[in-house]
Design a protein around this ligand. Structure first.
Ligand code: NZQ
Ligand code: ZN
Length: 388
Protein backbone atom coordinates (compact mmCIF):
# COMPACT_ATOMS: atom_id res chain seq x y z
CA UNK A 1 0.00 0.00 0.00
CA UNK A 2 1.34 3.45 -0.88
CA UNK A 3 1.78 6.20 1.69
CA UNK A 4 -0.80 8.96 1.76
CA UNK A 5 -2.12 11.85 3.81
CA UNK A 6 -5.84 11.82 4.58
CA UNK A 7 -7.14 15.27 5.43
CA UNK A 8 -10.58 16.53 4.38
CA UNK A 9 -11.20 19.68 6.44
CA UNK A 10 -14.78 20.39 5.29
CA UNK A 11 -17.58 20.32 7.84
CA UNK A 12 -20.75 18.84 6.35
CA UNK A 13 -24.29 19.53 7.47
CA UNK A 14 -26.21 16.75 5.77
CA UNK A 15 -29.98 16.48 5.54
CA UNK A 16 -33.08 18.62 5.80
CA UNK A 17 -33.49 21.75 7.91
CA UNK A 18 -29.82 22.35 8.60
CA UNK A 19 -29.74 25.93 7.30
CA UNK A 20 -30.35 27.17 10.83
CA UNK A 21 -26.59 26.66 11.27
CA UNK A 22 -25.66 28.83 8.30
CA UNK A 23 -25.59 32.18 10.09
CA UNK A 24 -23.31 30.89 12.85
CA UNK A 25 -20.93 29.27 10.38
CA UNK A 26 -20.70 32.42 8.22
CA UNK A 27 -20.24 34.63 11.29
CA UNK A 28 -17.03 32.81 12.21
CA UNK A 29 -15.34 34.54 9.30
CA UNK A 30 -16.72 38.09 9.55
CA UNK A 31 -19.69 40.27 8.65
CA UNK A 32 -19.60 40.73 4.90
CA UNK A 33 -20.91 37.83 2.82
CA UNK A 34 -20.81 37.52 -0.97
CA UNK A 35 -23.47 35.05 -2.06
CA UNK A 36 -22.87 33.58 -5.53
CA UNK A 37 -25.38 31.68 -7.64
CA UNK A 38 -26.32 30.71 -11.19
CA UNK A 39 -29.19 31.42 -13.52
CA UNK A 40 -31.94 31.59 -10.95
CA UNK A 41 -32.90 28.01 -10.05
CA UNK A 42 -32.27 28.82 -6.38
CA UNK A 43 -34.97 31.49 -6.52
CA UNK A 44 -37.48 29.15 -8.18
CA UNK A 45 -36.99 26.50 -5.49
CA UNK A 46 -37.34 29.00 -2.62
CA UNK A 47 -33.80 28.46 -1.38
CA UNK A 48 -32.70 32.03 -2.05
CA UNK A 49 -35.34 33.42 0.33
CA UNK A 50 -34.44 30.94 3.08
CA UNK A 51 -30.76 31.85 2.85
CA UNK A 52 -31.37 35.60 2.85
CA UNK A 53 -33.52 35.13 5.94
CA UNK A 54 -30.72 33.26 7.75
CA UNK A 55 -28.18 35.91 6.77
CA UNK A 56 -30.44 38.70 8.02
CA UNK A 57 -31.15 36.85 11.27
CA UNK A 58 -27.40 36.59 11.87
CA UNK A 59 -27.01 40.35 11.27
CA UNK A 60 -24.63 39.88 8.36
CA UNK A 61 -24.22 42.18 5.38
CA UNK A 62 -25.16 40.54 2.07
CA UNK A 63 -23.63 41.12 -1.38
CA UNK A 64 -24.54 39.08 -4.47
CA UNK A 65 -23.08 37.80 -7.70
CA UNK A 66 -25.59 35.98 -9.92
CA UNK A 67 -25.55 34.59 -13.44
CA UNK A 68 -22.69 32.12 -13.09
CA UNK A 69 -23.01 29.89 -16.16
CA UNK A 70 -22.76 26.12 -16.35
CA UNK A 71 -19.13 25.55 -17.40
CA UNK A 72 -18.33 28.75 -15.49
CA UNK A 73 -16.48 31.50 -17.28
CA UNK A 74 -13.39 33.32 -16.12
CA UNK A 75 -15.33 36.59 -16.57
CA UNK A 76 -17.50 35.60 -13.59
CA UNK A 77 -14.40 34.90 -11.53
CA UNK A 78 -13.04 38.35 -12.31
CA UNK A 79 -16.41 39.98 -11.59
CA UNK A 80 -16.64 38.25 -8.22
CA UNK A 81 -13.07 39.07 -7.25
CA UNK A 82 -13.72 42.74 -8.09
CA UNK A 83 -16.67 42.81 -5.67
CA UNK A 84 -14.58 41.12 -2.96
CA UNK A 85 -11.78 43.65 -3.31
CA UNK A 86 -14.07 46.69 -3.52
CA UNK A 87 -16.39 45.69 -0.67
CA UNK A 88 -13.79 43.98 1.51
CA UNK A 89 -15.76 40.74 1.62
CA UNK A 90 -15.01 38.36 4.52
CA UNK A 91 -16.60 35.12 3.38
CA UNK A 92 -18.05 33.56 0.21
CA UNK A 93 -21.32 31.64 0.10
CA UNK A 94 -21.75 29.52 -3.04
CA UNK A 95 -25.30 28.30 -3.64
CA UNK A 96 -25.81 25.95 -6.58
CA UNK A 97 -24.22 23.11 -8.52
CA UNK A 98 -20.58 22.44 -9.31
CA UNK A 99 -20.30 25.41 -11.66
CA UNK A 100 -21.23 27.94 -8.96
CA UNK A 101 -19.03 26.23 -6.39
CA UNK A 102 -16.01 26.04 -8.69
CA UNK A 103 -16.34 29.65 -9.78
CA UNK A 104 -16.62 30.78 -6.17
CA UNK A 105 -13.45 28.97 -5.16
CA UNK A 106 -11.51 30.87 -7.81
CA UNK A 107 -13.19 34.14 -6.80
CA UNK A 108 -11.76 33.48 -3.35
CA UNK A 109 -8.30 32.88 -4.77
CA UNK A 110 -8.41 35.73 -7.32
CA UNK A 111 -9.27 38.20 -4.55
CA UNK A 112 -5.62 37.95 -3.52
CA UNK A 113 -4.34 38.62 -7.03
CA UNK A 114 -4.43 41.93 -8.87
CA UNK A 115 -4.35 40.67 -12.45
CA UNK A 116 -6.67 38.62 -14.66
CA UNK A 117 -7.88 35.48 -12.88
CA UNK A 118 -6.99 33.46 -15.98
CA UNK A 119 -3.34 33.80 -14.90
CA UNK A 120 -4.23 31.55 -11.96
CA UNK A 121 -5.57 28.90 -14.30
CA UNK A 122 -2.45 29.20 -16.43
CA UNK A 123 -0.46 28.66 -13.22
CA UNK A 124 1.45 31.88 -13.74
CA UNK A 125 0.91 32.87 -10.10
CA UNK A 126 0.98 30.83 -6.89
CA UNK A 127 -2.28 30.35 -4.98
CA UNK A 128 -1.46 30.60 -1.29
CA UNK A 129 -4.60 32.39 -0.11
CA UNK A 130 -8.33 32.14 -0.63
CA UNK A 131 -11.30 33.74 1.08
CA UNK A 132 -13.22 31.16 3.15
CA UNK A 133 -15.82 29.36 1.03
CA UNK A 134 -19.08 27.94 2.40
CA UNK A 135 -21.34 26.02 0.04
CA UNK A 136 -25.02 25.10 -0.21
CA UNK A 137 -25.17 22.36 -2.83
CA UNK A 138 -28.21 21.96 -5.09
CA UNK A 139 -27.07 19.31 -7.58
CA UNK A 140 -25.37 15.97 -6.89
CA UNK A 141 -22.57 15.46 -9.40
CA UNK A 142 -19.14 17.02 -9.18
CA UNK A 143 -18.14 16.64 -5.53
CA UNK A 144 -16.94 20.25 -5.53
CA UNK A 145 -18.59 20.60 -2.10
CA UNK A 146 -15.82 18.59 -0.49
CA UNK A 147 -12.81 18.92 -2.74
CA UNK A 148 -10.25 21.62 -3.39
CA UNK A 149 -10.62 21.58 -7.16
CA UNK A 150 -12.43 23.70 -9.68
CA UNK A 151 -12.77 23.95 -13.44
CA UNK A 152 -13.03 27.25 -15.34
CA UNK A 153 -13.69 27.98 -19.02
CA UNK A 154 -12.30 30.73 -21.19
CA UNK A 155 -14.53 31.11 -24.27
CA UNK A 156 -11.99 33.43 -25.94
CA UNK A 157 -9.23 30.84 -26.02
CA UNK A 158 -11.63 27.87 -26.03
CA UNK A 159 -9.87 26.40 -23.02
CA UNK A 160 -11.31 24.71 -19.96
CA UNK A 161 -8.84 24.14 -17.17
CA UNK A 162 -9.21 22.30 -13.87
CA UNK A 163 -6.76 22.69 -10.99
CA UNK A 164 -6.61 21.80 -7.32
CA UNK A 165 -5.46 24.24 -4.65
CA UNK A 166 -5.77 23.14 -0.99
CA UNK A 167 -6.64 26.68 0.13
CA UNK A 168 -9.84 26.53 -1.98
CA UNK A 169 -11.25 23.59 0.01
CA UNK A 170 -14.72 24.60 1.31
CA UNK A 171 -14.81 25.21 5.05
CA UNK A 172 -18.42 24.08 5.39
CA UNK A 173 -20.95 22.47 3.04
CA UNK A 174 -24.70 22.15 3.47
CA UNK A 175 -26.03 19.07 1.68
CA UNK A 176 -29.80 18.87 1.76
CA UNK A 177 -31.11 16.21 -0.64
CA UNK A 178 -34.49 17.96 -0.86
CA UNK A 179 -32.84 20.88 -2.68
CA UNK A 180 -32.10 18.47 -5.55
CA UNK A 181 -35.74 17.41 -6.05
CA UNK A 182 -36.10 20.02 -8.81
CA UNK A 183 -33.03 18.96 -10.80
CA UNK A 184 -34.45 17.86 -14.14
CA UNK A 185 -34.01 14.39 -15.65
CA UNK A 186 -31.16 15.43 -17.93
CA UNK A 187 -29.02 16.99 -15.21
CA UNK A 188 -29.85 14.19 -12.78
CA UNK A 189 -28.62 11.69 -15.37
CA UNK A 190 -25.52 13.76 -16.18
CA UNK A 191 -24.75 14.03 -12.47
CA UNK A 192 -24.96 10.25 -12.10
CA UNK A 193 -22.67 9.76 -15.11
CA UNK A 194 -20.18 12.25 -13.68
CA UNK A 195 -19.93 10.67 -10.22
CA UNK A 196 -19.72 7.20 -11.75
CA UNK A 197 -16.82 8.31 -13.90
CA UNK A 198 -15.03 9.91 -10.93
CA UNK A 199 -14.97 6.48 -9.32
CA UNK A 200 -14.00 4.64 -12.51
CA UNK A 201 -11.05 6.97 -13.06
CA UNK A 202 -9.61 5.75 -9.74
CA UNK A 203 -10.92 2.18 -9.72
CA UNK A 204 -9.38 1.29 -13.07
CA UNK A 205 -5.73 0.87 -12.15
CA UNK A 206 -3.60 -2.21 -11.72
CA UNK A 207 -2.71 -1.79 -8.02
CA UNK A 208 -4.01 -4.85 -6.25
CA UNK A 209 -3.14 -3.81 -2.73
CA UNK A 210 -6.10 -1.66 -1.69
CA UNK A 211 -8.85 -4.24 -1.57
CA UNK A 212 -10.73 -2.22 1.04
CA UNK A 213 -10.95 0.86 -1.19
CA UNK A 214 -11.95 -1.24 -4.19
CA UNK A 215 -14.85 -2.59 -2.12
CA UNK A 216 -15.86 0.95 -1.15
CA UNK A 217 -15.78 2.08 -4.77
CA UNK A 218 -17.82 -0.92 -5.87
CA UNK A 219 -20.39 -0.01 -3.21
CA UNK A 220 -20.50 3.60 -4.38
CA UNK A 221 -20.97 2.51 -8.00
CA UNK A 222 -23.74 0.08 -7.04
CA UNK A 223 -25.42 2.92 -5.17
CA UNK A 224 -25.47 5.09 -8.30
CA UNK A 225 -26.75 2.22 -10.42
CA UNK A 226 -29.50 1.49 -7.88
CA UNK A 227 -30.66 5.01 -7.10
CA UNK A 228 -30.19 7.13 -10.24
CA UNK A 229 -33.13 5.40 -12.00
CA UNK A 230 -35.25 5.92 -8.88
CA UNK A 231 -34.45 9.65 -8.83
CA UNK A 232 -35.36 9.88 -12.52
CA UNK A 233 -38.73 8.26 -11.94
CA UNK A 234 -39.49 9.87 -8.58
CA UNK A 235 -37.63 13.20 -8.39
CA UNK A 236 -38.71 13.75 -4.78
CA UNK A 237 -37.65 10.37 -3.46
CA UNK A 238 -35.57 11.39 -0.44
CA UNK A 239 -33.71 8.11 -0.10
CA UNK A 240 -32.60 8.17 -3.74
CA UNK A 241 -31.56 11.84 -3.72
CA UNK A 242 -29.74 11.41 -0.39
CA UNK A 243 -27.81 8.38 -1.57
CA UNK A 244 -26.81 10.13 -4.78
CA UNK A 245 -25.78 13.29 -2.96
CA UNK A 246 -23.53 11.59 -0.44
CA UNK A 247 -22.08 9.30 -3.11
CA UNK A 248 -21.16 12.26 -5.32
CA UNK A 249 -19.30 13.77 -2.38
CA UNK A 250 -17.38 10.61 -1.48
CA UNK A 251 -16.57 9.76 -5.08
CA UNK A 252 -14.06 12.59 -5.31
CA UNK A 253 -13.22 13.86 -1.82
CA UNK A 254 -9.89 12.07 -1.75
CA UNK A 255 -10.89 9.09 0.36
CA UNK A 256 -11.04 6.47 -2.37
CA UNK A 257 -7.69 7.52 -3.83
CA UNK A 258 -5.74 6.12 -0.91
CA UNK A 259 -2.33 6.81 -2.37
CA UNK A 260 -3.06 5.01 -5.60
CA UNK A 261 -4.32 8.03 -7.46
CA UNK A 262 -2.99 8.30 -10.96
CA UNK A 263 -3.69 10.65 -13.81
CA UNK A 264 -7.29 10.55 -14.96
CA UNK A 265 -8.17 9.80 -18.57
CA UNK A 266 -11.81 10.59 -19.42
CA UNK A 267 -11.84 13.94 -17.63
CA UNK A 268 -9.02 15.59 -19.60
CA UNK A 269 -10.69 14.37 -22.80
CA UNK A 270 -14.11 15.63 -21.74
CA UNK A 271 -12.87 19.04 -20.66
CA UNK A 272 -11.72 19.64 -24.23
CA UNK A 273 -15.22 18.81 -25.47
CA UNK A 274 -16.97 21.20 -23.13
CA UNK A 275 -14.30 23.86 -23.79
CA UNK A 276 -15.18 23.95 -27.48
CA UNK A 277 -18.79 22.78 -27.61
CA UNK A 278 -20.02 23.95 -24.17
CA UNK A 279 -21.74 20.61 -23.54
CA UNK A 280 -22.76 19.36 -20.10
CA UNK A 281 -19.77 17.70 -18.44
CA UNK A 282 -21.58 14.50 -17.41
CA UNK A 283 -22.96 13.99 -20.91
CA UNK A 284 -19.50 14.17 -22.48
CA UNK A 285 -18.23 11.69 -19.89
CA UNK A 286 -21.13 9.32 -20.52
CA UNK A 287 -20.31 9.14 -24.22
CA UNK A 288 -16.58 8.71 -23.61
CA UNK A 289 -16.67 6.21 -20.74
CA UNK A 290 -17.62 2.95 -22.53
CA UNK A 291 -15.37 3.77 -25.50
CA UNK A 292 -12.42 4.45 -23.20
CA UNK A 293 -13.13 1.14 -21.46
CA UNK A 294 -13.27 -0.70 -24.77
CA UNK A 295 -10.02 0.94 -25.90
CA UNK A 296 -8.14 0.07 -22.71
CA UNK A 297 -9.33 -3.55 -22.52
CA UNK A 298 -6.56 -6.04 -23.33
CA UNK A 299 -4.97 -9.20 -21.93
CA UNK A 300 -3.13 -7.18 -19.26
CA UNK A 301 -6.08 -5.12 -18.07
CA UNK A 302 -8.81 -7.75 -18.37
CA UNK A 303 -8.53 -8.81 -14.71
CA UNK A 304 -9.72 -5.39 -13.55
CA UNK A 305 -12.70 -5.53 -15.90
CA UNK A 306 -13.48 -9.01 -14.56
CA UNK A 307 -13.48 -7.67 -11.01
CA UNK A 308 -15.67 -4.74 -12.06
CA UNK A 309 -18.15 -6.86 -14.03
CA UNK A 310 -18.61 -9.54 -11.41
CA UNK A 311 -18.67 -7.29 -8.34
CA UNK A 312 -20.58 -4.28 -9.66
CA UNK A 313 -22.92 -5.81 -12.23
CA UNK A 314 -23.09 -9.32 -10.78
CA UNK A 315 -21.97 -10.99 -14.01
CA UNK A 316 -21.43 -14.76 -13.72
CA UNK A 317 -17.96 -15.38 -12.26
CA UNK A 318 -17.63 -18.64 -14.20
CA UNK A 319 -17.56 -16.93 -17.58
CA UNK A 320 -14.21 -16.36 -19.29
CA UNK A 321 -12.60 -13.06 -18.09
CA UNK A 322 -12.70 -11.50 -21.56
CA UNK A 323 -16.37 -12.36 -21.89
CA UNK A 324 -17.12 -10.79 -18.49
CA UNK A 325 -15.12 -7.71 -19.49
CA UNK A 326 -17.04 -7.19 -22.73
CA UNK A 327 -20.34 -7.78 -21.00
CA UNK A 328 -19.46 -5.23 -18.31
CA UNK A 329 -18.88 -2.60 -21.01
CA UNK A 330 -22.23 -3.47 -22.58
CA UNK A 331 -23.91 -3.16 -19.18
CA UNK A 332 -22.41 0.21 -18.42
CA UNK A 333 -23.45 1.46 -21.88
CA UNK A 334 -26.91 0.17 -21.22
CA UNK A 335 -27.02 1.98 -17.89
CA UNK A 336 -25.82 5.29 -19.33
CA UNK A 337 -27.78 5.32 -22.55
CA UNK A 338 -30.93 3.25 -21.88
CA UNK A 339 -31.54 3.55 -18.15
CA UNK A 340 -30.35 7.15 -17.78
CA UNK A 341 -31.51 8.03 -21.29
CA UNK A 342 -28.42 10.04 -22.23
CA UNK A 343 -27.42 10.56 -25.84
CA UNK A 344 -24.84 7.97 -26.86
CA UNK A 345 -22.80 9.54 -29.68
CA UNK A 346 -21.03 12.78 -30.56
CA UNK A 347 -23.02 12.90 -33.79
CA UNK A 348 -26.28 13.12 -31.85
CA UNK A 349 -25.01 16.18 -29.99
CA UNK A 350 -23.56 17.91 -33.04
CA UNK A 351 -19.87 17.11 -32.61
CA UNK A 352 -17.92 15.97 -35.67
CA UNK A 353 -14.25 15.24 -36.39
CA UNK A 354 -13.29 18.86 -37.04
CA UNK A 355 -11.53 19.49 -33.73
CA UNK A 356 -10.41 15.97 -32.79
CA UNK A 357 -6.70 16.58 -33.42
CA UNK A 358 -6.51 19.84 -31.51
CA UNK A 359 -8.63 18.53 -28.64
CA UNK A 360 -6.48 15.38 -28.38
CA UNK A 361 -3.28 17.43 -28.45
CA UNK A 362 -4.52 19.64 -25.64
CA UNK A 363 -5.94 16.74 -23.60
CA UNK A 364 -2.56 15.00 -23.43
CA UNK A 365 -0.70 18.33 -23.32
CA UNK A 366 1.32 17.31 -26.35
CA UNK A 367 2.62 14.33 -24.46
CA UNK A 368 0.87 11.27 -22.99
CA UNK A 369 -2.04 10.90 -20.57
CA UNK A 370 -0.45 8.51 -18.09
CA UNK A 371 -3.65 6.81 -16.85
CA UNK A 372 -4.84 3.21 -16.65
CA UNK A 373 -3.56 2.72 -20.19
CA UNK A 374 -1.27 5.59 -21.25
CA UNK A 375 -2.90 7.47 -24.12
CA UNK A 376 -1.04 9.55 -26.69
CA UNK A 377 -2.60 12.02 -29.10
CA UNK A 378 -3.43 9.34 -31.67
CA UNK A 379 -5.01 7.11 -29.01
CA UNK A 380 -7.25 9.98 -27.94
CA UNK A 381 -8.26 10.71 -31.53
CA UNK A 382 -9.07 7.00 -31.90
CA UNK A 383 -11.31 7.13 -28.82
CA UNK A 384 -13.02 10.29 -30.09
CA UNK A 385 -13.71 8.52 -33.41
CA UNK A 386 -15.30 5.61 -31.55
CA UNK A 387 -17.74 8.15 -30.06
CA UNK A 388 -19.04 9.41 -33.42
O1 NZQ B 1 -27.70 28.09 -13.05
P1 NZQ B 1 -28.86 27.55 -12.32
O2 NZQ B 1 -30.09 28.33 -12.50
O3 NZQ B 1 -28.55 27.29 -10.88
O4 NZQ B 1 -29.23 26.12 -13.00
C1 NZQ B 1 -28.36 24.99 -12.95
C2 NZQ B 1 -27.68 24.72 -14.29
O5 NZQ B 1 -28.46 25.17 -15.35
C3 NZQ B 1 -29.20 23.76 -12.76
N1 NZQ B 1 -29.49 23.45 -11.35
C4 NZQ B 1 -28.63 23.33 -10.33
N2 NZQ B 1 -29.29 22.99 -9.22
C5 NZQ B 1 -30.61 22.92 -9.53
C6 NZQ B 1 -30.74 23.20 -10.89
N3 NZQ B 1 -31.93 23.23 -11.51
C7 NZQ B 1 -33.02 22.94 -10.76
N4 NZQ B 1 -32.96 22.62 -9.46
C8 NZQ B 1 -31.78 22.61 -8.81
N5 NZQ B 1 -31.74 22.27 -7.51
O6 NZQ B 1 -28.42 22.72 -13.30
C9 NZQ B 1 -27.64 23.22 -14.38
C10 NZQ B 1 -26.24 22.63 -14.31
O7 NZQ B 1 -25.57 23.12 -13.17
P2 NZQ B 1 -23.98 22.96 -13.02
O8 NZQ B 1 -23.58 23.58 -11.75
O9 NZQ B 1 -23.30 23.43 -14.26
O10 NZQ B 1 -23.80 21.36 -12.98
P3 NZQ B 1 -22.71 20.48 -12.28
O11 NZQ B 1 -22.93 20.42 -10.81
O12 NZQ B 1 -22.70 19.21 -13.00
O13 NZQ B 1 -21.31 21.26 -12.50
C11 NZQ B 1 -20.58 21.12 -13.70
C12 NZQ B 1 -19.27 21.86 -13.64
O14 NZQ B 1 -18.40 21.31 -12.63
C13 NZQ B 1 -17.13 20.93 -13.23
C14 NZQ B 1 -17.54 20.60 -14.65
O15 NZQ B 1 -16.45 20.55 -15.51
C15 NZQ B 1 -18.52 21.71 -14.96
O16 NZQ B 1 -17.84 22.89 -15.30
N6 NZQ B 1 -16.49 19.87 -12.44
C16 NZQ B 1 -15.98 20.19 -11.22
C17 NZQ B 1 -15.30 19.27 -10.46
C18 NZQ B 1 -14.72 19.62 -9.14
N7 NZQ B 1 -14.86 20.79 -8.62
O17 NZQ B 1 -14.09 18.78 -8.51
C19 NZQ B 1 -15.04 17.90 -10.91
C20 NZQ B 1 -15.91 17.50 -12.03
O18 NZQ B 1 -15.29 16.42 -12.67
C21 NZQ B 1 -16.22 18.58 -13.03
O19 NZQ B 1 -15.18 18.72 -13.98
ZN1 ZN C 1 -16.42 15.04 -13.45
Amino acid sequence: MNNFVYDIPTRVYFGENQLGNLGAELSKYGKKVLMTYGGGSIKKIGLYDKIVEEIQKAGLELFELSGIDPNPRVASVNAGADICKKEDIDVLLAVGGGSVLDCTKYIGAATYYDGDAWDILLQKVPVDNCLPVITVLTLAATGSEMDAGGVISNPETKDKIGLVFPVMQPKVSFLDPTTTYTVNKFHTACGAADMLNHILEVYFNMDQDLYMLDCVMEGLMKTIIKYAPVALEEPDNYEARANLMWTSTWAINGFVNGGKRQAWSCHPMEHELSAIYDITHGLGLAILTPRWMEYTLNETTVSKFYQFGTNVFGIDKNLAPMEVAKKSIEMISDFLFSTLGLQSTFTEIGIDETNFEIMAKKACMDSVLPGFKPLNQQDIVNIFKMCL
